[in-house]
Design a protein. Structure first.
Length: 107
């Protein structure tokens, strides 16, 4: 909103018109492009899982009551932050479910 010309209030000050500004690049920060997503998908298909990711997958498969917590703690030690560990756990869970679906489809 522009200013209203009054000396007091929330919109106080010299009367102006608001300009339409193009969005800043910082607003896009963190968003993954389609190309990047495709490249990562192809790389995962070709290269496979890292050794620590295979260990996480094994922990998920063997399971148990506190598997999520153990996986989180392991991933946090390897990756350094809470957010990265949680994202990695969800990513490997997805890989596990895709493998199970592929195995079920083969039978």
């Amino acid at each position: 909103m522009g200013r209203n010309g009054y000396a007091k209030g929330t919109e106080s000050g010299h009367q102006t018109t608001v300009r339409e500004l193009k969005p800043k690049a910082a607003r896009r920060k963190g968003a993954i492009s389609k190309r990047t997503l495709l490249c990562r998908q192809i790389a995962r298909e070709v290269v496979g899982l890292a050794p620590y990711e295979r260990r996480i997958l094994d922990m998920i498969k063997t399971g148990g009551s506190a598997a999520d917590k153990r996986v989180y703690k392991f991933a946090k030690r390897r990756l350094g932050s809470h957010k990265r560990a949680v994202n990695k756990r969800e990513d490997i869970k997805q890989v596990n479910s895709m493998q199970r679906a592929r195995a079920a489809g083969a039978n």
